[in-house]
Design a binder for this molecule. Structure first.
Ligand SMILES: Nc1ncnc2c1ncn2[C@@H]1O[C@H](COP(=O)(O)OP(=O)(O)OP(=O)(O)O)[C@@H](O)[C@H]1O
Ligand SMILES: [Mg+2]
Length: 455
Protein backbone atom coordinates (compact mmCIF):
# COMPACT_ATOMS: atom_id res chain seq x y z
CA UNK A 1 0.00 0.00 0.00
CA UNK A 2 1.39 3.41 -0.88
CA UNK A 3 2.01 5.81 2.00
CA UNK A 4 -0.96 8.21 2.41
CA UNK A 5 -0.25 11.88 1.74
CA UNK A 6 0.24 14.11 4.75
CA UNK A 7 -2.60 16.54 5.38
CA UNK A 8 -0.03 19.09 6.53
CA UNK A 9 1.87 19.03 3.23
CA UNK A 10 -1.37 19.14 1.21
CA UNK A 11 -2.59 22.26 3.08
CA UNK A 12 0.83 23.92 2.75
CA UNK A 13 1.03 23.12 -0.94
CA UNK A 14 -2.47 24.45 -1.59
CA UNK A 15 -1.52 27.71 0.12
CA UNK A 16 1.98 27.96 -1.33
CA UNK A 17 1.08 27.45 -5.00
CA UNK A 18 -1.34 30.43 -5.26
CA UNK A 19 1.08 32.51 -3.18
CA UNK A 20 3.97 31.78 -5.57
CA UNK A 21 1.77 32.45 -8.62
CA UNK A 22 0.59 35.72 -7.07
CA UNK A 23 4.17 36.77 -6.26
CA UNK A 24 5.41 35.97 -9.79
CA UNK A 25 2.59 37.92 -11.43
CA UNK A 26 3.13 40.82 -9.03
CA UNK A 27 6.89 40.87 -9.74
CA UNK A 28 6.42 40.79 -13.54
CA UNK A 29 3.83 43.59 -13.33
CA UNK A 30 5.95 45.72 -11.07
CA UNK A 31 8.96 45.13 -13.41
CA UNK A 32 7.12 46.72 -16.30
CA UNK A 33 5.69 49.55 -14.22
CA UNK A 34 9.15 50.31 -12.81
CA UNK A 35 10.68 50.11 -16.29
CA UNK A 36 8.21 52.69 -17.49
CA UNK A 37 8.99 55.18 -14.72
CA UNK A 38 12.75 54.63 -14.79
CA UNK A 39 12.78 55.13 -18.57
CA UNK A 40 10.69 58.29 -18.22
CA UNK A 41 13.07 59.79 -15.65
CA UNK A 42 16.26 58.98 -17.53
CA UNK A 43 14.74 59.94 -20.90
CA UNK A 44 14.19 63.43 -19.53
CA UNK A 45 17.92 63.68 -18.64
CA UNK A 46 18.88 62.34 -22.04
CA UNK A 47 16.70 64.97 -23.65
CA UNK A 48 18.37 67.64 -21.48
CA UNK A 49 21.81 66.59 -22.79
CA UNK A 50 20.51 66.66 -26.35
CA UNK A 51 19.12 70.16 -25.78
CA UNK A 52 22.41 71.34 -24.27
CA UNK A 53 24.11 70.19 -27.49
CA UNK A 54 21.75 72.23 -29.61
CA UNK A 55 23.02 75.36 -27.81
CA UNK A 56 26.33 74.85 -29.61
CA UNK A 57 24.81 74.80 -33.10
CA UNK A 58 25.19 78.09 -34.87
CA UNK A 59 24.17 79.52 -38.24
CA UNK A 60 26.96 81.24 -40.15
CA UNK A 61 26.18 82.72 -43.54
CA UNK A 62 23.25 80.34 -43.99
CA UNK A 63 25.44 77.30 -43.11
CA UNK A 64 25.11 75.27 -40.01
CA UNK A 65 28.28 74.98 -37.91
CA UNK A 66 28.95 73.30 -34.59
CA UNK A 67 31.36 74.89 -32.23
CA UNK A 68 31.99 72.44 -29.45
CA UNK A 69 34.77 73.44 -27.05
CA UNK A 70 36.59 70.47 -25.42
CA UNK A 71 35.34 71.53 -21.94
CA UNK A 72 31.76 71.45 -23.12
CA UNK A 73 32.36 68.04 -24.65
CA UNK A 74 33.87 66.87 -21.39
CA UNK A 75 30.82 67.99 -19.43
CA UNK A 76 28.54 66.47 -22.02
CA UNK A 77 30.27 63.06 -21.91
CA UNK A 78 30.90 63.03 -18.20
CA UNK A 79 29.18 60.12 -16.52
CA UNK A 80 30.34 57.57 -13.95
CA UNK A 81 28.66 54.54 -15.35
CA UNK A 82 27.46 55.24 -18.87
CA UNK A 83 28.96 56.19 -22.19
CA UNK A 84 27.26 58.96 -24.18
CA UNK A 85 27.56 59.42 -27.93
CA UNK A 86 26.10 62.07 -30.18
CA UNK A 87 25.72 62.90 -33.84
CA UNK A 88 24.63 66.14 -35.50
CA UNK A 89 23.47 65.86 -39.07
CA UNK A 90 22.42 68.54 -41.50
CA UNK A 91 20.33 67.76 -44.52
CA UNK A 92 22.97 69.03 -46.95
CA UNK A 93 26.31 68.48 -45.20
CA UNK A 94 25.63 65.10 -43.66
CA UNK A 95 27.36 64.38 -40.31
CA UNK A 96 28.61 67.69 -38.99
CA UNK A 97 29.85 66.51 -35.62
CA UNK A 98 29.97 63.44 -33.34
CA UNK A 99 30.02 59.74 -33.94
CA UNK A 100 28.58 58.57 -37.23
CA UNK A 101 27.55 55.19 -35.68
CA UNK A 102 24.95 56.71 -33.42
CA UNK A 103 21.69 55.08 -34.54
CA UNK A 104 18.83 57.03 -36.07
CA UNK A 105 15.18 56.25 -36.31
CA UNK A 106 14.60 54.48 -39.62
CA UNK A 107 10.87 54.66 -39.88
CA UNK A 108 9.99 56.99 -42.79
CA UNK A 109 6.83 58.17 -41.02
CA UNK A 110 8.70 59.38 -37.94
CA UNK A 111 6.89 62.28 -36.32
CA UNK A 112 9.61 64.97 -35.85
CA UNK A 113 7.34 67.45 -34.15
CA UNK A 114 8.64 66.12 -30.82
CA UNK A 115 11.76 64.24 -29.65
CA UNK A 116 11.84 60.53 -30.57
CA UNK A 117 13.10 57.95 -28.03
CA UNK A 118 14.05 54.36 -28.96
CA UNK A 119 16.25 51.42 -27.93
CA UNK A 120 19.06 50.22 -30.20
CA UNK A 121 22.48 48.54 -30.20
CA UNK A 122 25.73 50.43 -30.65
CA UNK A 123 29.22 48.91 -30.52
CA UNK A 124 27.58 45.69 -29.33
CA UNK A 125 25.93 47.37 -26.35
CA UNK A 126 22.31 48.29 -25.83
CA UNK A 127 21.70 52.02 -25.90
CA UNK A 128 18.80 54.41 -25.44
CA UNK A 129 18.65 57.07 -28.12
CA UNK A 130 16.88 60.41 -28.40
CA UNK A 131 16.60 62.06 -31.82
CA UNK A 132 15.27 65.52 -32.47
CA UNK A 133 14.86 67.94 -35.32
CA UNK A 134 15.88 71.50 -34.53
CA UNK A 135 13.17 74.09 -35.04
CA UNK A 136 13.78 75.24 -38.66
CA UNK A 137 15.11 78.72 -39.13
CA UNK A 138 14.18 80.64 -42.28
CA UNK A 139 16.60 79.89 -45.09
CA UNK A 140 18.64 77.41 -43.06
CA UNK A 141 18.98 73.68 -43.68
CA UNK A 142 17.34 70.96 -41.53
CA UNK A 143 19.45 69.85 -38.56
CA UNK A 144 19.01 66.58 -36.64
CA UNK A 145 20.56 65.83 -33.24
CA UNK A 146 20.89 62.22 -32.06
CA UNK A 147 22.19 61.35 -28.59
CA UNK A 148 22.77 57.75 -27.48
CA UNK A 149 23.52 56.56 -23.98
CA UNK A 150 24.33 53.08 -22.68
CA UNK A 151 21.75 51.72 -20.23
CA UNK A 152 23.91 50.79 -17.21
CA UNK A 153 22.33 53.42 -14.91
CA UNK A 154 18.85 52.34 -15.93
CA UNK A 155 19.66 48.67 -15.33
CA UNK A 156 21.22 49.34 -11.94
CA UNK A 157 18.20 51.38 -10.95
CA UNK A 158 15.82 48.63 -12.12
CA UNK A 159 17.69 45.99 -10.14
CA UNK A 160 17.70 48.21 -7.05
CA UNK A 161 13.96 48.84 -7.27
CA UNK A 162 13.13 45.21 -8.00
CA UNK A 163 15.27 43.99 -5.10
CA UNK A 164 13.64 46.51 -2.81
CA UNK A 165 10.30 45.09 -3.90
CA UNK A 166 11.20 41.41 -3.95
CA UNK A 167 13.31 40.95 -0.83
CA UNK A 168 10.64 42.10 1.67
CA UNK A 169 8.14 39.93 -0.20
CA UNK A 170 10.37 36.87 0.08
CA UNK A 171 10.97 37.50 3.77
CA UNK A 172 7.19 37.92 4.24
CA UNK A 173 6.51 34.61 2.47
CA UNK A 174 9.11 32.82 4.61
CA UNK A 175 7.70 34.26 7.83
CA UNK A 176 4.11 33.50 6.79
CA UNK A 177 5.20 29.97 5.76
CA UNK A 178 6.79 29.37 9.15
CA UNK A 179 3.69 30.58 10.99
CA UNK A 180 1.49 28.51 8.70
CA UNK A 181 3.55 25.39 9.36
CA UNK A 182 3.29 25.94 13.10
CA UNK A 183 -0.40 26.78 12.85
CA UNK A 184 -1.22 23.70 10.80
CA UNK A 185 0.82 21.48 13.13
CA UNK A 186 -1.03 22.86 16.14
CA UNK A 187 -4.37 22.77 14.36
CA UNK A 188 -3.98 19.10 13.54
CA UNK A 189 -2.88 18.17 17.05
CA UNK A 190 -6.40 17.24 18.22
CA UNK A 191 -6.44 14.48 15.58
CA UNK A 192 -3.27 13.01 17.10
CA UNK A 193 -4.81 13.30 20.58
CA UNK A 194 -7.92 11.42 19.44
CA UNK A 195 -5.72 8.76 17.79
CA UNK A 196 -3.68 8.38 21.02
CA UNK A 197 -6.86 8.20 23.07
CA UNK A 198 -8.18 5.33 20.91
CA UNK A 199 -4.80 3.57 20.64
CA UNK A 200 -4.44 3.39 24.42
CA UNK A 201 -7.77 1.67 24.92
CA UNK A 202 -8.36 -1.98 25.64
CA UNK A 203 -10.50 -3.73 23.02
CA UNK A 204 -13.27 -4.01 25.63
CA UNK A 205 -13.39 -0.28 26.30
CA UNK A 206 -16.22 1.00 24.11
CA UNK A 207 -16.93 4.21 26.05
CA UNK A 208 -17.43 7.28 23.87
CA UNK A 209 -14.39 9.46 23.15
CA UNK A 210 -14.55 12.47 25.51
CA UNK A 211 -15.35 15.80 23.85
CA UNK A 212 -12.62 17.85 25.48
CA UNK A 213 -10.06 19.61 23.24
CA UNK A 214 -12.19 18.90 20.21
CA UNK A 215 -12.73 21.30 17.30
CA UNK A 216 -15.92 21.34 15.27
CA UNK A 217 -14.22 19.54 12.35
CA UNK A 218 -12.70 16.90 14.62
CA UNK A 219 -16.00 16.56 16.42
CA UNK A 220 -17.61 15.29 13.19
CA UNK A 221 -15.08 12.46 13.28
CA UNK A 222 -15.38 11.73 16.99
CA UNK A 223 -19.17 11.82 16.79
CA UNK A 224 -19.11 9.26 13.99
CA UNK A 225 -16.66 7.07 15.91
CA UNK A 226 -18.80 7.44 19.05
CA UNK A 227 -21.91 6.41 17.16
CA UNK A 228 -20.07 3.39 15.82
CA UNK A 229 -18.79 2.53 19.31
CA UNK A 230 -22.33 2.80 20.65
CA UNK A 231 -23.68 0.46 17.97
CA UNK A 232 -20.79 -1.89 18.59
CA UNK A 233 -21.44 -1.90 22.34
CA UNK A 234 -25.12 -2.55 21.73
CA UNK A 235 -24.30 -5.33 19.25
CA UNK A 236 -21.82 -6.97 21.62
CA UNK A 237 -24.26 -6.76 24.54
CA UNK A 238 -27.07 -8.35 22.56
CA UNK A 239 -24.65 -10.98 21.23
CA UNK A 240 -23.64 -11.81 24.81
CA UNK A 241 -27.27 -12.00 25.91
CA UNK A 242 -27.96 -14.31 23.02
CA UNK A 243 -25.03 -16.62 23.85
CA UNK A 244 -26.10 -16.77 27.50
CA UNK A 245 -29.67 -17.61 26.46
CA UNK A 246 -28.52 -20.20 23.92
CA UNK A 247 -26.27 -21.85 26.50
CA UNK A 248 -29.14 -21.90 28.98
CA UNK A 249 -31.50 -23.39 26.40
CA UNK A 250 -29.00 -26.07 25.46
CA UNK A 251 -28.28 -26.92 29.08
CA UNK A 252 -31.91 -27.84 29.84
CA UNK A 253 -32.27 -30.68 27.29
CA UNK A 254 -28.69 -31.77 28.03
CA UNK A 255 -29.47 -32.06 31.75
CA UNK A 256 -32.65 -33.98 30.80
CA UNK A 257 -30.57 -36.32 28.64
CA UNK A 258 -28.13 -37.08 31.46
CA UNK A 259 -30.93 -37.63 33.95
CA UNK A 260 -32.91 -39.97 31.71
CA UNK A 261 -29.77 -41.87 30.68
CA UNK A 262 -28.93 -42.44 34.36
CA UNK A 263 -32.52 -43.56 34.99
CA UNK A 264 -32.39 -45.98 32.04
CA UNK A 265 -29.10 -47.40 33.26
CA UNK A 266 -30.62 -48.18 36.67
CA UNK A 267 -33.28 -50.41 35.09
CA UNK A 268 -32.59 -54.12 34.59
CA UNK A 269 -34.70 -54.94 31.56
CA UNK A 270 -35.48 -53.17 28.29
CA UNK A 271 -39.16 -52.94 29.10
CA UNK A 272 -38.53 -50.81 32.17
CA UNK A 273 -36.09 -48.63 30.25
CA UNK A 274 -38.72 -47.67 27.70
CA UNK A 275 -40.08 -44.44 29.33
CA UNK A 276 -36.59 -43.11 29.93
CA UNK A 277 -35.59 -43.87 26.32
CA UNK A 278 -38.64 -41.99 25.06
CA UNK A 279 -37.59 -39.00 27.19
CA UNK A 280 -34.06 -39.28 25.82
CA UNK A 281 -35.44 -39.20 22.30
CA UNK A 282 -37.54 -36.14 23.13
CA UNK A 283 -34.57 -34.31 24.61
CA UNK A 284 -32.46 -35.20 21.57
CA UNK A 285 -35.25 -33.89 19.29
CA UNK A 286 -35.37 -30.63 21.22
CA UNK A 287 -31.61 -30.26 21.00
CA UNK A 288 -31.53 -31.05 17.29
CA UNK A 289 -34.30 -28.49 16.68
CA UNK A 290 -32.64 -25.86 18.85
CA UNK A 291 -29.27 -26.41 17.17
CA UNK A 292 -30.74 -26.09 13.67
CA UNK A 293 -32.67 -22.92 14.68
CA UNK A 294 -29.48 -21.43 16.16
CA UNK A 295 -27.60 -22.17 12.96
CA UNK A 296 -30.28 -20.49 10.82
CA UNK A 297 -30.22 -17.48 13.13
CA UNK A 298 -26.43 -17.27 12.88
CA UNK A 299 -26.74 -17.36 9.07
CA UNK A 300 -29.39 -14.66 8.94
CA UNK A 301 -27.51 -12.34 11.29
CA UNK A 302 -27.10 -9.19 9.22
CA UNK A 303 -23.43 -8.78 8.41
CA UNK A 304 -23.10 -5.96 5.93
CA UNK A 305 -21.86 -6.87 2.48
CA UNK A 306 -22.00 -10.59 3.23
CA UNK A 307 -25.16 -11.33 1.29
CA UNK A 308 -25.56 -11.42 -2.38
CA UNK A 309 -29.26 -11.07 -3.12
CA UNK A 310 -30.15 -12.69 -6.43
CA UNK A 311 -33.47 -12.95 -8.32
CA UNK A 312 -35.69 -15.58 -6.68
CA UNK A 313 -39.13 -16.72 -7.81
CA UNK A 314 -41.37 -16.46 -4.71
CA UNK A 315 -44.15 -18.57 -6.31
CA UNK A 316 -41.88 -21.53 -6.97
CA UNK A 317 -40.23 -21.21 -3.57
CA UNK A 318 -43.54 -21.05 -1.67
CA UNK A 319 -45.08 -23.93 -3.62
CA UNK A 320 -42.18 -26.31 -3.00
CA UNK A 321 -41.93 -25.38 0.70
CA UNK A 322 -45.69 -26.00 1.12
CA UNK A 323 -45.29 -29.46 -0.39
CA UNK A 324 -42.70 -30.29 2.26
CA UNK A 325 -45.19 -29.43 5.02
CA UNK A 326 -48.14 -31.43 3.66
CA UNK A 327 -47.32 -34.58 5.69
CA UNK A 328 -46.98 -32.58 8.91
CA UNK A 329 -50.29 -30.79 8.24
CA UNK A 330 -52.00 -34.10 7.54
CA UNK A 331 -50.92 -35.40 10.96
CA UNK A 332 -53.16 -32.72 12.50
CA UNK A 333 -55.80 -33.03 9.80
CA UNK A 334 -55.11 -29.50 8.64
CA UNK A 335 -55.83 -28.49 5.06
CA UNK A 336 -52.93 -26.64 3.52
CA UNK A 337 -53.97 -24.33 0.66
CA UNK A 338 -51.84 -22.39 -1.83
CA UNK A 339 -52.98 -19.43 -3.92
CA UNK A 340 -51.13 -17.13 -6.27
CA UNK A 341 -52.37 -14.29 -8.48
CA UNK A 342 -49.29 -14.48 -10.62
CA UNK A 343 -47.49 -17.33 -12.42
CA UNK A 344 -44.24 -16.01 -11.01
CA UNK A 345 -43.10 -13.26 -8.61
CA UNK A 346 -39.45 -12.40 -8.89
CA UNK A 347 -37.77 -10.62 -6.01
CA UNK A 348 -34.15 -10.08 -5.06
CA UNK A 349 -33.34 -12.41 -2.20
CA UNK A 350 -31.50 -15.33 -0.66
CA UNK A 351 -33.48 -18.47 -1.55
CA UNK A 352 -32.18 -20.59 1.35
CA UNK A 353 -33.06 -17.97 3.97
CA UNK A 354 -36.46 -17.22 2.41
CA UNK A 355 -37.25 -20.95 2.58
CA UNK A 356 -36.32 -20.95 6.29
CA UNK A 357 -38.58 -17.94 6.84
CA UNK A 358 -41.59 -19.59 5.22
CA UNK A 359 -40.82 -22.94 6.92
CA UNK A 360 -40.98 -21.23 10.33
CA UNK A 361 -44.27 -19.50 9.52
CA UNK A 362 -45.77 -22.78 8.25
CA UNK A 363 -44.39 -24.71 11.22
CA UNK A 364 -46.05 -22.22 13.61
CA UNK A 365 -49.35 -22.27 11.70
CA UNK A 366 -49.45 -26.06 11.78
CA UNK A 367 -48.20 -26.40 15.37
CA UNK A 368 -50.35 -23.66 16.92
CA UNK A 369 -53.33 -23.74 14.52
CA UNK A 370 -56.41 -25.79 15.37
CA UNK A 371 -56.85 -29.46 14.40
CA UNK A 372 -59.04 -29.91 11.30
CA UNK A 373 -58.33 -26.26 10.55
CA UNK A 374 -57.23 -24.48 7.38
CA UNK A 375 -53.98 -22.81 6.45
CA UNK A 376 -53.62 -20.65 3.36
CA UNK A 377 -50.42 -19.44 1.75
CA UNK A 378 -51.10 -16.53 -0.63
CA UNK A 379 -48.91 -14.63 -3.03
CA UNK A 380 -50.06 -11.26 -4.33
CA UNK A 381 -48.74 -8.25 -6.15
CA UNK A 382 -50.41 -5.32 -4.43
CA UNK A 383 -48.53 -3.51 -6.02
CA UNK A 384 -45.28 -4.94 -4.68
CA UNK A 385 -44.74 -8.69 -4.08
CA UNK A 386 -46.44 -9.87 -0.88
CA UNK A 387 -46.35 -13.25 0.91
CA UNK A 388 -49.22 -14.06 3.30
CA UNK A 389 -49.62 -17.01 5.69
CA UNK A 390 -53.05 -17.34 7.34
CA UNK A 391 -54.39 -19.86 9.83
CA UNK A 392 -57.72 -20.13 11.64
CA UNK A 393 -56.20 -21.19 14.96
CA UNK A 394 -56.56 -19.46 18.32
CA UNK A 395 -54.47 -16.48 17.19
CA UNK A 396 -51.94 -14.42 19.12
CA UNK A 397 -53.21 -12.10 21.87
CA UNK A 398 -52.68 -8.39 21.18
CA UNK A 399 -50.47 -8.03 24.26
CA UNK A 400 -48.02 -10.65 22.91
CA UNK A 401 -47.70 -9.36 19.35
CA UNK A 402 -44.50 -7.42 20.00
CA UNK A 403 -42.75 -9.88 22.24
CA UNK A 404 -43.15 -13.00 20.11
CA UNK A 405 -40.51 -11.62 17.74
CA UNK A 406 -37.92 -11.58 20.54
CA UNK A 407 -35.37 -14.33 20.64
CA UNK A 408 -36.26 -17.28 22.91
CA UNK A 409 -39.65 -15.82 23.72
CA UNK A 410 -42.62 -18.20 23.76
CA UNK A 411 -46.10 -17.30 24.92
CA UNK A 412 -46.33 -18.76 28.45
CA UNK A 413 -48.03 -22.16 28.46
CA UNK A 414 -47.15 -23.00 24.86
CA UNK A 415 -46.46 -26.73 24.45
CA UNK A 416 -44.13 -28.50 22.00
CA UNK A 417 -40.40 -28.67 21.28
CA UNK A 418 -40.20 -25.05 20.12
CA UNK A 419 -37.46 -22.86 21.54
CA UNK A 420 -38.92 -19.42 20.74
CA UNK A 421 -36.53 -18.63 17.90
CA UNK A 422 -38.83 -19.11 14.88
CA UNK A 423 -40.33 -15.61 14.64
CA UNK A 424 -37.02 -13.99 15.60
CA UNK A 425 -35.54 -15.77 12.57
CA UNK A 426 -38.49 -14.60 10.43
CA UNK A 427 -37.91 -10.99 11.49
CA UNK A 428 -34.17 -11.11 10.92
CA UNK A 429 -34.58 -12.56 7.41
CA UNK A 430 -37.34 -10.02 6.61
CA UNK A 431 -35.03 -7.18 7.74
CA UNK A 432 -32.24 -8.54 5.61
CA UNK A 433 -34.53 -8.35 2.58
CA UNK A 434 -35.82 -4.93 3.70
CA UNK A 435 -39.32 -6.43 3.70
CA UNK A 436 -42.11 -5.12 5.98
CA UNK A 437 -43.59 -7.66 8.38
CA UNK A 438 -47.18 -7.32 9.62
CA UNK A 439 -49.08 -9.49 12.02
CA UNK A 440 -52.83 -9.29 12.58
CA UNK A 441 -55.74 -11.57 13.38
CA UNK A 442 -56.95 -13.42 10.34
CA UNK A 443 -60.65 -12.97 11.00
CA UNK A 444 -61.15 -10.02 13.40
CA UNK A 445 -61.03 -12.21 16.51
CA UNK A 446 -59.47 -15.53 15.61
CA UNK A 447 -56.61 -16.83 13.57
CA UNK A 448 -53.28 -15.36 12.58
CA UNK A 449 -52.34 -13.57 9.40
CA UNK A 450 -48.70 -12.74 8.77
CA UNK A 451 -47.89 -10.53 5.79
CA UNK A 452 -44.48 -9.94 4.33
CA UNK A 453 -44.27 -7.06 1.83
CA UNK A 454 -41.22 -6.80 -0.39
CA UNK A 455 -40.27 -3.59 -2.16
N1 LIG B 1 -49.67 -19.02 14.05
C1 LIG B 1 -49.63 -18.90 15.39
N2 LIG B 1 -50.75 -19.04 16.15
C2 LIG B 1 -50.72 -18.94 17.49
N3 LIG B 1 -49.60 -18.65 18.17
C3 LIG B 1 -48.45 -18.52 17.50
C4 LIG B 1 -48.42 -18.62 16.09
N4 LIG B 1 -47.14 -18.42 15.70
C5 LIG B 1 -46.44 -18.20 16.82
N5 LIG B 1 -47.21 -18.27 17.92
C6 LIG B 1 -46.76 -18.04 19.30
O1 LIG B 1 -45.57 -17.27 19.26
C7 LIG B 1 -44.54 -17.93 19.97
C8 LIG B 1 -43.23 -17.64 19.31
O2 LIG B 1 -43.14 -18.32 18.07
P1 LIG B 1 -41.75 -18.76 17.53
O3 LIG B 1 -41.94 -19.40 16.22
O4 LIG B 1 -40.87 -17.58 17.62
O5 LIG B 1 -41.22 -19.79 18.59
P2 LIG B 1 -41.58 -21.31 18.75
O6 LIG B 1 -42.48 -21.74 17.68
O7 LIG B 1 -42.09 -21.44 20.14
O8 LIG B 1 -40.18 -21.99 18.65
P3 LIG B 1 -39.38 -22.37 17.31
O9 LIG B 1 -40.11 -21.72 16.20
O10 LIG B 1 -38.03 -21.81 17.53
O11 LIG B 1 -39.40 -23.82 17.23
C9 LIG B 1 -44.89 -19.35 19.98
O12 LIG B 1 -44.39 -19.98 21.15
C10 LIG B 1 -46.42 -19.33 19.98
O13 LIG B 1 -46.88 -19.25 21.29
MG1 LIG C 1 -42.01 -21.51 15.68
Amino acid sequence: MSKPRSLKSVILLRLAIPLIIFMTVETVLSYFVTLHYVDNAYDRWLLDSARSLTQEIKLQAGRVVVDLPPEALEIFKWDESDKTYFKIISAQQGVIAGDKFVPEPFAPDTDWSKPVFFDEMMYGEPVRVVSMLLPPEPGAEQVFVHVAETVNKRRAMMIDILLADLVPQLILVLVVGLFLLRGIKRGLQPLQLVANEIAQRSPRDLRPIPERHVYQEVQVLTNTINELLQRLAYGIASQQRFIANAAHQLRTPLAGLKLQAARALREQNVEAMQPALVQIQNSADRMAHLTSQLLVLARSEPIEGDYELVPVDLVELARSTCMEFVPKALQRNIELGFESDEPELIIKGDAVLLRELLANLLDNAITYGKEHGNILIKLERNPTPCLIVEDDGPGIPESERQRIFERFYRIPGTAGVGCGLGLAIVKEIADLHKARLQLRPFNEQVGTRIELKFD
